[in-house]
Design a protein around this ligand. Structure first.
Ligand code: UDP
Ligand code: MG
Length: 302
């Protein structure tokens, strides 16, 4: 069975067309399928439009589920809600804004049929402005260098994967963007194919300009969690030791001057810098130790 999960926030104009097109495509696939629409706290007429479409397409063998969040919790949470309510072995993520081409679904599924565990879309002729494109390019490079990412367009909303890929993946904040990478790290077979990307016809993008800055923070969090959550001391240890070392060099220099050249220590602001670096350095290393303790007890419990 196939579960198509579509998170949406105020997409009333797009939804009926999307459902119609999807059903047309599903007819071609001839497989049992469910369309799971996750309403992320919309306050427009989205729900009403879905009810109408449901009545309209009642004859179909496909189930259309509508699940609503009480308020807007964000796309990541909406995807998670969709997964929790899905029963398919193969899951599709798709945006609700008609930017993804429903016909591409066939090509995504073809790859799954060929034995891949996760198929990620690469948006062709991306309909975003110059700033977003540049930003994406930098993000891609960063991911390639620091995460050894094999993906070209990790943030593409259109993907297909086997449900097992999600096993022990924890959705948290905006980390849904990195879940293809997680699958890759876990040794699942991943592949990317090109998918069409239409311009947005109705409404506005739901991710404002803050996306840029928040995106950077998310990437840093992901970097930290994936690289160091098992060994926090490697991160804090190195960082803290560098600070501690710099502080020591300064203090040593001051000590030599004081002892052998009789330069008095008052009126030497650098003394404070040296002391500060030593103390902060020790604290940072200790934070890493506490991190190690947390990881250790977590593992022991399981
Ligand atoms: N979306 C959502 N909750 C949010 C933000 C977005 O459910 O808080 C949905 C949105 O309705 C759309 C999909 O996530 O179906 C992708 O959003 P959008 O098209 O605005 O992002 P963009 O394509 O501009 O990156
Ligand atoms: Mg979009």
């Amino acid at each position: 069975m196939l579960s198509i999960i579509i998170p949406f926030y105020n997409e009333a104009e797009s939804l009926p067309t999307l459902i119609k097109h999807l059903i047309e495509v599903l007819e071609k696939i001839k497989k049992e399928a469910e369309i799971i629409l996750v309403d992320d706290g919309s306050d427009d007429s989205s729900k009403f439009k879905i009810q109408n479409s449901k009545l309209q397409f009642k004859t179909q063998n496909y189930q259309i589920k509508l699940i609503s969040h009480r308020k807007r919790f964000g796309k990541g949470k909406a995807l998670q809600t969709g997964i929790e309510n899905s029963s398919g072995e193969v899951i599709i993520f798709m945006d609700a804004d008609l930017q993804d081409e429903p016909n591409d679904l066939l090509r995504l599924l073809e790859k799954i049929g060929q034995g891949y565990d996760l198929v990620n879309g690469i948006r062709q002729d991306r309909q975003d402005n110059f700033i977003i494109k540049t930003y994406s390019f930098i993000a891609k490079l960063f991911l390639k260098i620091f995460f050894r990412s094999p993906f070209t367009d990790i943030n593409c909303g259109f993907k297909a994967f086997k449900k097992e890929v999600l096993q022990d993946f924890t959705f948290y904040g905006n980390n849904f963007r990195f879940f293809p990478l997680y699958a890759f790290y876990k040794g699942y077979k991943v592949v990317e194919i090109e998918v069409k990307n239409h311009p947005r016809q109705f409404g506005k993008s739901k991710f404002g300009k803050s996306k840029l800055f928040i995106g950077i923070l998310d990437t840093l969090t992901a970097y930290f969690l994936y690289q160091f959550s098992e060994k926090p001391l490697h991160f804090f240890g190195i960082f803290g030791t560098i600070l501690f070392f710099m502080g020591n060099v300064i203090l040593m220099y001051l000590a030599v001057e004081r002892l052998f050249y009789h330069v008095l220590l008052y009126r030497r602001p650098i003394l404070f810098l040296g002391m500060l670096l030593v103390i902060v350095g020790i604290q940072v290393v200790m934070t890493g130790m506490i991190g190690e303790l947390i990881v250790f007890f977590q593992k022991k419990k399981n």
